[in-house]
Design a protein around this ligand. Sequence first.
Ligand code: BES
Ligand code: MN
Ligand code: ZN
Length: 497
Amino acid sequence: MKHIQFTFQPKASQTDTLIVPVNDQGHIHSAVQDLPDQTALTELVQQLHQSGDFLGKLASTLWLIQPANITTKRVLLVGMGEAKKLTVKGYLNAINSAANALDYSGASHVLNALIFSPPSPHDLTWAVYQNSQALQHSFYDYSHESRGEHSPKEPKLEQVSYPCQASDALTQAAQQGQASAIGMALTQELANMPSNFCTPTFLAETAIELGKEYGYEVNILDREEMIEMGMGSFMSVAQGGDTPPKMICLSYKGGEKNQAPIALVGKGVTFDTGGISLKPGAAMDEMKYDMGGAATVLGVFKALGELKPNINVVGVIPATENMPSGNAIKPGDVVTSLSDQTIEILNTDAEGRLILCDALTYTQQTYQPSKIIDMATLTGACIIALGHHVSAILGNNQTLIDNLIKAGDTTYDRFWQLPLGEEWDEQLKSNFADMANIGGRAGGTITAAQFLARFINEVDWAHLDIAGTAWVSGKEKGATGRPVASLVQYLLNEAKA
Ligand code: BES
Ligand code: MN
Ligand code: ZN
């Protein structure tokens, strides 16, 4: 992906485009000062407001090309609505409209003054982060060759300058926004790819490529090795498909040698048919996104490669298809997990937890992490409970959960906590094994997490259910790149702590 060059305090002569925030009174935001030709601009904006040509409605935009008495070639006016009512979501909508407007323009060197009007309680640094992320992210365009006739975006945008004094904090904010966007783009591309291209082997190759590009260790386990090791639960899901399963392990070492890593574990079901407990046909195509957790781990690793923070992180991705076949697991079958606990598989469509439990055991045995964060498009119940706007978070350590929620609030890639407890755990009782793999309809997101909790031994753990947030359905169908931004924010916070 082409990288935008972010700078501060440009020379006026370098700029071919100005981006200017305008409120619903027709005023340029009062914190914006010293823009080139600011006096002429102020007058022009007032005239446009009086004539009804630009009312400053939130997230509206108007291009002015070669306006009179203004030396900059283009001006993009961006409506910020009523200043007092500006919400975070409203602000993000406005900067995204600006990024979209730039997309199909000739703008190459942009001076962006939108950073001066962040909504409370946020500051300039936050605004630089969000603007940099939105602008870099606007370059993403699904471009896999199987898309067919499609002319990929060729953005003209080269440089974005912010009209303020540079500082370390601002430079880092721009870098973080950019790296998160680049990570999100990888996550989206992988999730958008059809499952006949984005196979477990393809995910493994992507990890190997990342490792080569950024210099971290990548290790791949194959079916034979995993059967040998005793991953009976993961392998029972994989036995229905001919596509070889993989366990993909990445290890980023930016911290002290002896510092225990933070582990990210991502569900990598490259297609979920449900298995013998077959899913209904409607919208089944969307189950190609069932590797959104895996794609998130890879996206975060991409961002780590770009940012190189001082921290140790491992990524573990169990990847497989969930297929019905003559060799597939059947309801009532009992399997033995890597932890030696036995599982009665009452529904083969609750496969995510079956592959994650072995990955969680493997992660603890292999890396002795200080914390584990797993992420998975795990339950339809999560969408019923929370909708598409926040991911569910559950876990055994409130500090870890609070820190993740805080990172999610900062980035606006948010989490909402659901409870865990023995009442829900009891729903997993089986007459034929240590546990069943489903706990009934009630509290489906919680019982899924409760299942995973049985495989966590005295390590701080958080589980992210991203079923509602990893992609959007409908006309805009596609992957969102969530929750890469919040995990990057969390890891950077940890690196500084
Ligand atoms: N991948 C699905 C969860 C899912 C469903 C994600 C819809 C996004 C949209 C998962 O493997 C699954 O099928 N879960 C079942 C669990 C049930 C059988 C206990 C579900 O949610 O229906
Ligand atoms: Mn399923
Ligand atoms: Zn699934």
